[in-house]
Design a protein around this ligand. Structure first.
Ligand SMILES: [Mg+2]
Length: 199
């Protein structure tokens, strides 16, 4: 029921993603939400963020920030970062994601989105078929409307986790059946062999 909101990948932090691997896999553009994805809500770029973007540029990535926040907030964060940016993006609207790819000169096959919110960030990326990472939000104390949204997100995420669990369980059962079949065939062969020897 909630599958359209399921993230492709979930990680505990933006800073834990294996970007070198993404580049090796052919990805060339990285699209980041800012608030609670890269820094706490409303904060400027800290050393950790600055270092991350230096590293990403060195790897060879094109990067872009995409925020539903105002121009001033996005520019304030981007001051010492210096990457492409899209403000007032109205995520989950598709327009901002496409505009960002235009700025980075990338496409849906080689662009990855990273953000902390399911219904705006992830849903926006998913509906256009862009690979996406859901990260745990940096700030623990959030505004009330975000708290409500988180509750809804938890409903979706618990279904997502249950589905993964069910998939793993099905795989285990399948494995069990396969090994049972193998055992039966082996036993049958053994029996057949003894029968043949007796003849
Ligand atoms: Mg955010």
């Amino acid at each position: 029921m909630f599958e359209k909101y399921f993230p492709d990948e979930t990680v505990s932090s933006t800073y834990d993603i294996d970007y070198e691997k993404l580049y090796a896999d052919g990805y060339r553009g990285l699209l980041f939400d800012i608030d609670n994805t890269l820094v706490k809500h409303g904060e400027g770029a800290d050393d950790r963020a600055k270092e991350l973007f230096l590293r990403l540029k060195k790897i060879g990535f094109e990067c872009c920030l995409i925020s539903n926040n105002k121009k001033r907030r996005v520019y304030m964060f981007n001051e010492d970062i210096g990457v492409h940016s899209v403000f007032n993006a109205h995520k989950p609207a598709a327009k901002g994601y496409y505009y960002a790819m235009e700025l980075m000169n990338t496409n849906l096959n080689n662009t990855v989105f990273i953000g902390d919110q399911l219904f705006t960030d992830i849903f926006g990326a998913k509906r256009i078929g862009m690979k996406n990472y859901l990260v745990a939000p940096i700030n623990k104390r959030e505004e009330i409307q975000i708290v409500i949204k988180r509750k809804l997100e938890n409903v979706v995420l618990s279904e997502y986790r249950a589905k993964i669990k069910a998939k793993l369980r099905a795989r285990e059962i399948e494995k069990g059946i396969q090994s049972q079949e193998k055992r039966e065939i082996k036993e049958w062969k053994k029996k057949r062999y003894t029968q043949l020897r007796r003849q």
